[in-house]
Design a protein around this ligand. Structure first.
Ligand SMILES: CC(C)(COP(=O)(O)OP(=O)(O)OC[C@H]1O[C@@H](n2cnc3c(N)ncnc32)[C@H](O)[C@@H]1OP(=O)(O)O)[C@@H](O)C(=O)NCCC(=O)NCCS
Length: 168
């Protein structure tokens, strides 16, 4: 079935929360706080992008993008995630559609680049790779990946929005 990728609407909030819980239920490397992170980002006005995948009127996937800071003062860098697809529909290309649309919109809005934390086996297909110049403390460096939309790369420690500490 075809998925439509669109911006979240106020009426999607509960569905996004539920989709995020479901997607991460059996995922590796999670402390099951992703739904709280998305809610906290929204409340803080820090959802630079919040896109849903809709099928037959239901939200089946979601991706959040929020600003990050880099210790060298570089601006216009963003963090992609959490990204979620309901378990029943994983592996059918919906996550790829969400990724591609999020990256296109970031480019269109003048972002300098994007970082994410995740499995390189998945995200390398979108052009992400680990870059030694950009560091997220306390995570294995190969899992912290970046995609620059312009030639100059920042160098420093990356900090996600404080909403990523949300626990409930
Ligand atoms: C990650 C996720 C959003 C991808 O969405 P999706 O719709 O399943 O992805 P697609 O169908 O576009 O792509 C499927 C491909 O990605 C791979 N893949 C999916 N999730 C992966 C993961 N966590 N690690 C490595 N590879 C993964 C699949 O093996 C498949 O590979 P193939 O094309 O070589 O067969 C989805 O699987 C999900 O919600 N997972 C649970 C939550 C999660 O781990 N989110 C990412 C961390 S923020």
């Amino acid at each position: 079935m075809n998925s439509v990728i669109r911006e979240e609407l106020p009426t999607d909030v509960a569905a996004i929360h539920a989709v995020t819980i479901a997607a991460f239920m059996n995922a590796p490397h999670t402390d099951h706080t992703e739904q709280f992170i998305v809610d906290a980002l929204r409340k803080a006005g820090a959802l630079f992008l919040s896109l849903v995948a809709e099928q037959a009127g239901s939200v089946v996937g979601h991706v959040a993008v929020s600003p990050v800071t880099v210790s060298d003062g570089s601006s216009h860098w963003y963090g992609l995630g959490p990204i979620s697809v309901i378990p029943e529909l994983q592996g059918q290309g919906i996550g790829s559609l969400l990724m591609q649309e999020a990256l296109q919109r970031l480019r269109d809005k003048g972002a300098a680049g994007c970082v994410l934390l995740g499995d390189p086996a998945y995200y390398s297909r979108f052009g992400f790779k680990a870059m030694s110049e950009l560091v997220l403390p306390d995570v294995p460096p190969e899992y912290f990946q970046a995609l620059a939309f312009q030639p100059s790369l920042p160098r420093g420690i990356v900090t996600y929005h404080e909403s990523f500490n949300a626990q409930g």
